[in-house]
Design a protein around this ligand. Sequence first.
Ligand code: NAD
Ligand code: DAU
Length: 325
Amino acid sequence: MRVLVTGGAGFIGSHFAERLLADGDEVVVLDKLTYAGNEASVPHAAEFHRGDVALREDVEAVGGVDAIVNFAAESHVDRSILGPTEFVRTDVLGALVLVQHAHERGIRLVHVSTDEVYGDVTAAVREDAPLRPSSPYSASKAGGDLQVLAAVRTFGVDACITRGSNTYGPRQYPEKLIPLFATNALDGQPLPLYGDGRQVRDWLHVQDHCAAIEVVLRSGAPGEVYNAGGGDERENREVADRILELTGADPSLLRSVEDRPGHDRRYALDSSKLRALGWRPERRFEDGLAETVAWYRDNRAWWEPLKSGEYRAFYERQYAERLRS
Ligand code: NAD
Ligand code: DAU
C-alpha cells in the first residue's frame, strides 16, 4: 500500500512510518512541522510534504494514496490549557478535512485518537463508554472523533478510530511526563510532580501502540472504534521514583507542585475488541521505561537543542511559578 501518514514527523507517527516501510509499504508523510515535529525523525525512505491537515489544498497536493493514518495533532494537555485555539483547528478541523478527503477518494482513514476522550474513569472502559473529555485537548480529540464517526454514518466513509493510552519511548518531545522527567533528572533539574502524584496512567510502549494501529489499518472493521491500552497502570509518583533510580539523580529533585487544572485521576481501557483481532502489548513497562531512559541518556544530541527558544518560553510559563511556590 501507499499510505499517507499525517503527523509523521512527530513521536508516534515517525515510529509508525518506520514500521510500515519495514513491512514493505510506501509511506508519504504530511506534517506541518510545529514545535513538536522534527523533519529528522521522518524516515529517509518516506516521501515528505510539509503542510497542514486543516488545509484541503495541502492534503490534496500529496496526490494518490491507498489509505490515510492521521497522527497530526496538537497533543499536549498543558499547552491546551494555556491556549486551546490551535487544538480545535488541527484536532477537529484537521480530522474533518481528512475524512472528507478519504470520502472523495474512496480510501480508508485510520484516525488516531486517545483514551482521554473518556475523561477520568474508575474502571476499564469499552469503546461504547460516554465521551466526557476534561481538557481542551481531549475535547478537541473527541470533536475529531465525532466528525469521523458522523462521516461514517452519513457518507459511509471507510474509517476506523484507535484510542490509545499514554505512550512512551524514544523521540518523544520533552514536554510529556517521561521525557521531561528523564531529561530534567539527567540535567540535575527539578521534576515537577502535579498535585499528590497519585494520578494513574496506563502506559503503552510506542512500538506496541504502532502495532495496534497497524492491525486496525489492515483488519479493522469499517466504522469501528478500537481501544489500545498497555495494561500497565502506574501512579505518576511511582514513575517519577523509577526515573530517579534509573538516572541515579538526587531524589530531592522531585518537587510536588500545584496541580494541573481539571486533572484526570485515572485512565484505564478495556482493549478486548482489539485483542480479538490478534493484538496485545509485548513490552513490560519496567523494561520499556529502562530502555527509554537509557535512550535519553545516550541521545542528548537529539533533545538538548529542543530545550531552548520556544520550549524555554513554554517551560517558564508552565513551571516557573509552580516551582517557586
Ligand atoms: P506529537 O505532538 O509528538 O506529534 C504531532 C505531529 O503532528 C508533529 O509532528 C506536528 O508537527 C504535527 N502537526 C501538528 N499540527 C499539524 C497540522 N495542522 N498539520 C500537519 N501536521 C501537524 O504527538 P504524538 O504524541 O506523536 O501523538 C500522535 C497522535 O497520537 C495524536 O493524535 C495524539 O492525540 C495521539 N495519542 C498520543 C498519545 C501519547 O501518549 N503521546 C496517546 C494516545 C494518542
Ligand atoms: O492518555 C493518552 C494521552 O497521554 C495522549 O492523548 C496525550 O497526547 C499525551 O500527552 C498524554 O496525556 P497526559 O496528560 O496523560 O500526559 P502527560 O505526559 O502530560 O502527563 C502524564 C501524567 O503526568 C499526568 O497525570 C500529568 C502528570 N505530569 C505531567 C507533567 C508534564 C506531572 O505530574 N508533571 C508534569 O510536569
